[in-house]
Ligand binder design. Sequence first.
Ligand SMILES: [Fe+2]
Length: 451
Amino acid sequence: MSQQNQNILIIESEEGLRATLSSALSQRYKIYEASTAESAKKLLEEHDFHLIISEMFLSSEGVELLKWIKAKKSCPVIVMNTFSQIIETQKAHDLGTDDFISKPFSITEMLVKVSKVLKDDPESPNEIQSGSDRDFCRVPIEDYISEKELGHNIFIKLGENRYVKVLHRGGKIDPERVRSYKEKGVTYLYIRQEDYRQILGFTVKVAKLAADDIAGLITEEKKKHFLKFTGEMVVQNAFVVGVDKESLNSAKEFLESCMSVLVDDYDSFSLLQMLSDHTDFLYAHSLGVSAFSVMIGKQLGWRSPKTLFKLAFGGLFHDIGKKEISQTIIEKQRSLLTHDERKELETHVTRGKQILESMRNAPSEAIRIAYEHHEDLTGHGYPGRLRRRGIHPLTLVVSVANAFCEHTIRSHPSDTPVSGPEAILLMEQFGRAGLDVTAFKALKTLIKNQN
Ligand SMILES: [Fe+2]
């Protein structure tokens, strides 16, 4: 069928947009216009259409119209949506909308979309992404309470492997709108993985640099394993501890997003595997320190995803040097270690530093964290007997999280972990002088706020 014989109905109350669309599309298609649901219904009863392009239906009358169209007509429907209509977008999708186009859009974008839906050009990109869930990253909606200009597109998830763009790169987010969405139960927004990596300042190079057989070692199954166990383990650890639930969920979500980026990087993935293969205790401890470092950082008011990522990364790999220490030493009670064994154990900080230095992407702060996390503000730590001024601020946070997790997370079979408040008491009695006061206070607030 020639394009001029294809009927398109445009339903749009805003006259200017309706006229622009009509004029652009009339060069290829036969166009009908409606400004209300009522006038649209009348046209739909009188004519057959190959496509309907409609503004988002906000009123119940509009929803009824969409239901009516889907019940009586077989033609596809494209809905024009905006960031202020996330909930309506989901509803329209559930009612059978075939495609969306996010306002504002260019006429070219609309022409591409129409061609795609009418199958004139099956290769053109589609707004409802059919790519894998692995292409997108989940970000808690409250992370968008900022009026900054967006450096990336924002999507919502409509179903498995189905995403729709709701805000363009360069757009602005109204903080009030974000708050109202949160109240209505919209918890996450989605962005593309590569955009998230850029936000975190972490460039994944493996796919391009490594040979296919090396890249192939990171199988989807292995990735899923880490993503699944990260969340479960963090919650399990915190369950023993008893921590403020909101802070915990927020740290867990952040960590899961970071992990979805890390598993794509060959170096990070290999280290994660080494951690989990060494002992379950080391992996649990590392995840715990990572999660608590992020929680403390957030409690301190740190909001930059880059800073929080460095904390999460540093927490996760602070003890990576232990992979080179024998399990017998690691699992032995500290008080029973011989002098030589203790010295051997202490080398994990220099070994950790070297391992992270050999990675292409490890943030420099994470290398400092691995090297300095056993330093002590009183100058009695190792390896450098540094005092406050020599220790990186992010290390100060990870050291508090590390001390806390040593009490609360089982580090060898005969260990009996204690509750959060008990761990705080132990830290008050035996280690407070060596820890950063502000970070320790933030940790105490997290434990005090538990429900
Ligand atoms: Fe350590």
